[in-house]
Design a protein around this ligand. Structure first.
Ligand SMILES: *Cc1c(COP(=O)(O)O)cnc(C)c1O
Length: 478
């Protein structure tokens, strides 16, 4: 008997013809965005009232036409969003996603593979492990290294901190912090990423467990002060267990001295974590990877493909030096998930997540298509653009305060006092309100600066000139 499969359709699944039309509509929306993003304002001027007014028509009581819903929503995605993929979004590490990674994410949404357990998606799990091992090898953290894709750097840092606690305190996993004879503490410089504050809270350590080490005049961890703090804390009965080195600080893209921090970690028997959420992908660049020298000593590493590797959010990676550390921290048994017998442990026993999206495909496909060589070009280009921006700023009477070697330029108008009261918010606001570009302010070593980061592989010299022009206009009008 011949079995003819009937097309299945229902409220969630329209017919093939309708799908085809909607796919085409979606493609034309995206292509339209790709071709115009350059001419759209980089940041929107919209009020919450305006948005809520539009949304109030969606009462969900009746069904609507899909074409019209898509059309209306995508128009507002254009008009009411700050455009992260804009070539003059000099922003907060979020990239313009590469095309191949966008395609991959579409496949993932449709297939919806479950990567929590090996047997549910052997191919997906093995793809992610292949990518994870590739990066572990690039970083040189040993043949037993392993890791996971995460929702981002925060989850990766959280994973690493739990691993460090579980490794260093054998009773922690079962009996918690109260089983220890002191307060566990860990060290970050004052230029750390603030995810660690939440992490200390989440791990039950309390936020005071983050011991903030002052920075040098170069805005990186002061090693001598770190050593003094660790010794003093030990004498006072605290329990130092981890030190975090940031490779590419969020404020300024600076690299903390990995070799010296590794040495300190070894001397004091601390877990060495390298938070390379931004800077880590520089390992793919023969030109820039020497900046990460020392990262091979790390016990764990965080890096974010959804930053410098130009894939859509959300995608982070955590690596650990020894495979079994993840198992120690996350293993458990359930009655309802069948165990995979064949291929080692399941992701749900090696990570924080249960249901797990196939995060790694967008990186795998993009890396496969580009190869390391073309990825290197993309990374080098962004760093070169930052370098060039720094030069142009200096030629226009701005002081560049961080060397701009890793894509981030921290600067201030020349005539202002380096330690003055001006926070330069007026200058950043003026730039954003012009629609020409988006930049922000931050503090570097406690002092206000302007911050412009190259996060877009398509940003060109003409985009830098336009930023400098609008900065000058706003500055000179004051
Ligand atoms: C961005 C960043 C994080 C946090 O990563 P998310 O992906 O935003 O959660 C952590 N550390 C550093 C250094 C970062 O730049």
């Amino acid at each position: 008997m011949q079995i003819i499969s009937q097309p299945r359709t229902d409220a969630l699944m329209p017919t093939a013809d309708v799908r085809h039309d909607l796919f085409e509509q979606a493609i034309s929306i995206i292509e339209g965005f790709y071709s115009d993003v350059d001419s759209l304002p980089a940041s929107p001027q919209v009020s919450a009232d305006e948005i809520r007014q539009y949304l109030s028509q969606f009462t969900f009581e009746t069904s609507l036409d899909a074409k019209q819903v898509l059309d209306g929503v995508s128009r507002r995605l254009r008009d009411w969003n700050l455009h992260v993929p804009h070539p003059r979004y000099y922003g907060l590490f979020n990239p313009a996603p590469g095309f191949y990674s966008v395609l991959a994410d579409l496949l993932v949404a449709a297939f919806n593979p479950q990567l929590g357990a090996w047997h549910h998606n052997p191919f997906g799990v093995e793809i992610e492990r292949h990518v994870v091992r590739y990066f572990a090898q690039q970083f040189g953290i040993g043949t037993d290294a392993f890791g996971n894709f995460t929702s981002g750097g925060s989850e990766a840092n959280y994973t690493a901190t739990l691993v460090a606690l579980t490794r260093k305190f054998p009773t922690f996993a079962k009996s918690g912090v109260r089983s220890l004879d002191g307060q566990p503490v860990f060290y970050c410089s004052t230029e750390f990423h603030h995810s660690f504050e939440k992490i200390a809270h989440q791990c039950g350590l309390g936020r005071d467990a983050v011991r903030l080490v002052p920075v040098t005049d170069e805005f990186v961890m002061d090693i001598a002060q770190a050593a003094t703090m660790i010794e003093e804390d030990r004498r006072n009965g605290l329990l130092p267990f981890m030190i975090n080195a940031t490779a590419g600080t969020t404020n300024s893209g600076l690299l903390e001295p990995l070799e010296s921090i590794a040495h300190l970690a070894q001397e004091h028997n601390l877990h060495l974590h390298v938070d390379a959420a931004w800077g880590g992908p520089a390992i793919l660049s023969d030109k820039h990877k020497s900046k990460l020298a020392g990262i091979e000593h790390a016990d764990s590493i965080t890096f974010d493909p959804h930053k410098l590797l130009s894939v859509p959010m959300a995608a982070g990676i955590v690596l650990v030096r020894e495979h079994h550390w993840l198992h120690q921290a996350f293993a458990l048994k359930t009655d309802y998930v069948p165990e995979s017998q064949t291929a080692g442990l399941d992701n749900y026993q090696l990570s924080f997540q249960f249901s797990r999206r196939f995060i790694g495909l967008k990186l795998f496909i993009q890396l496969a298509v580009l190869g390391k060589q073309d990825y290197e070009k993309v990374i080098n280009h962004q760093f070169e653009m930052a370098h060039l921006l720094a030069k142009k700023l200096e030629a226009n009477d701005y002081r560049v305060l961080n060397g701009a070697s890793m894509g981030v330029v921290c600067f201030a108008p020349q005539e202002t006092h380096p330690e003055g009261q001006d926070d330069f918010q007026w200058l950043a606001d003026g730039v954003c309100q012009s629609g020409e570009a988006w930049i922000s302010t931050t503090k570097l070593g406690g002092h206000p600066v302007l911050r412009a980061c190259i996060t877009n592989h398509l940003t060109q010299e003409s985009d830098l000139d336009r930023l400098v022009d609008v900065l000058n206009r706003v500055r000179d009008a004051k």
